[in-house]
Structures are given as C-alpha cells and as structure tokens.
Design a protein around this ligand. Structure first.
Ligand SMILES: Nc1ncnc2c1ncn2[C@@H]1O[C@H](COP(=O)(O)OP(=O)(O)OP(=O)(O)O)[C@@H](O)[C@H]1O
Ligand SMILES: [Mg+2]
Length: 254
C-alpha cells in the first residue's frame, strides 16, 4: 500500500500578542491508503492542532505535509474533517444536514446528491431524512454527522473525539457502526481519542504523542485480524495487554 499522507518534521507555534505557544514540534509520520490510525496523547498536547494542519486549516510553522505526494496548502476536498464537537444544525432536517458540505462547496451534480442519499439509506437513516436532529438518538445523530463528513467523497477522514458526547453503551455500538462504514467505503481514517480502549478496538496502528509540544513518543502496530469487529477485538487476549502498555505510556508522559 502507498502512503496517502506524510508529515515531515512538522512544527507549529501559535503566535499571539502576549505569548507564543509551541503546540507541535518536529512531528513525522505517514499514513497508508486505507489505514486506520489513532492518535492518543495527554490533554492539551496538540492533537487537534495536528488534525487542523492536515485539514489545511492552519499552515505549519516548519516542515511539510503531503497528501498524495503534494504539499497541503489549503483545504482539500480529498480530506474531510469531523470536528471535536461536531453538531448537526438543529434547524435543518437530517438530509439537509448531510447535503450541507455539498452546498458549501457549491457542488451541484445530481450524482453527488444521489450518493449522499445512498449513504443515508445504506446506513439506516432513510426513515429519518425529513426528521430534525432532536428526533434522533445520540448514536443516530453521530451516524448522520459521519455521513455528512462522507458526502463530498473524501479519501481521508479526520475524526476528532467523535464519540465523546455519547454514553458508554451507545459509544460501543456507534464505534462498531462507524468502523463498518469506514471500512466498507474504503476510507483512510485518523482518529484522535482520549479513550485507549477505543483506539485499540478500531485501529491498525496507534501513535502516542508526548505532552506539549507534541512529538511522536511511541508507535504500535496492532496484531488483530482485519475481519474482527471492534467489539470482538475487546474479547481478544492481546487487548488488556495493549491497554496496559498504552496506559503506562500515557502516564509516563503526564
Ligand atoms: N488558536 C489557538 N491559538 C493559540 N493557542 C492555541 C490555539 N489552539 C490551541 N492552542 C494551544 O495549543 C495547545 C494544543 O492545543 P490542542 O487543541 O491542539 O490540544 P489537544 O491535544 O487537542 O487537547 P485536548 O486533548 O484537550 O483536545 C494548547 O496549549 C492550546 O492552548
Ligand atoms: Mg483536541
């Protein structure tokens, strides 16, 4: 598999009138096409900043980020970002929420809307197309937000704590759904999470960052069979061992 994303010695310093904040320092890693990579690290270490640079929302202070071998300089339709607190707009119906990125990007082809409708149907929201977000469960809203992120047919999905607002039970089942959707659509995903179990249950690889300024501390390639669902992974004997290793690494860094 080829690399779809490469970060080469990336650093980011936020400048304000009063101070400089070094958020990311000399960070390098790459992601292969179709890979699911999770990023974990201490609170405030610079994880959202890393995703924002990959999304093209903020330029790097030093170093470069390549998407399909080309330097990212602005927001690209190939990379789609689901924000840390991605809310559906309460005054728009589910279908209108899903169409929003198409409207923003001024995409008018009927085929793009057909594709969005197919996703709504395929992932069980057909009967709720005309409903408003408050009429759906938390898990369904999360699925709708993910479908919205997929509506412009990106290759890479950036997911910043997408499940943090859900209760534990819902979180497990939404995780399973989201995993299925990402794998069946053959997307590359980078997930930022605080939840070690979630990272182990979803990823091909986990990157552990240091405390701020974030740089790469450890990297783990997970040993699971690709056909195992996130829920099944939780039952494997390697699961608690990995949890323990990652937990220690995060605490070393706190
Ligand atoms: N726009 C900004 N201007 C100035 N400083 C910022 C800005 N955004 C983030 N920071 C600072 O950069 C550092 C990293 O922030 P970031 O949001 O990337 O961390 P994070 O790892 O995502 O945190 P969390 O785990 O709480 O989500 C923090 O010290 C934060 O205060
Ligand atoms: Mg964050």
């Amino acid at each position: 598999m080829r690399d779809i994303l490469e970060l080469e010695n990336v650093s980011l310093i936020y400048q304000s009138e009063l101070k400089e904040t070094e958020a990311v320092k000399d960070l390098s890693f790459s992601v292969k096409d179709g890979e699911f990579v999770s990023i974990i690290g201490p609170s405030g270490c610079g994880k959202t900043t890393v995703l924002s640079m990959i999304a093209g929302l903020i330029p790097t202070t030093k170093g470069k980020i390549l998407y399909k071998n080309e330097q990212i300089e602005k927001v690209s339709s190939g990379v789609s970002y689901m924000l840390q607190r991605d809310e559906l707009f309460p005054w728009r119906t589910i279908e209108k929420n899903v169409y929003l990125p198409l409207e923003i990007k001024k995409i008018k082809d009927a085929s793009a809307y057909e594709r969005a409708n197919d996703l709504i149907k395929k992932y069980g929201l057909e009967d709720f197309k005309k409903a408003f977000p408050h009429e759906l469960s938390g898990g369904m809203r999360q699925r709708a937000a993910l479908i919205r992120t997929l509506s412009t047919s990106p290759d890479v999905l950036l997911l910043d704590e997408p499940f943090s607002a859900l209760d534990y039970q819902t979180r497990l089942s939404v995780c399973n759904d989201v995993y299925k959707i990402i794998k069946s659509e053959k997307k590359t995903a980078i997930l930022v999470t605080h939840d070690i179990s979630e990272a182990i249950s979803l990823s091909d690889r986990i990157l552990v960052l240091t405390k701020r300024p974030a740089t790469l501390y450890k990297e783990h390639v997970l040993p699971f069979n690709k056909r195992l669902s996130p829920l099944k992974r939780r039952e494997q004997k390697e699961f608690p061992i990995l949890f323990d290793v990652l937990w220690r690494e995060l605490n070393d860094e706190n």
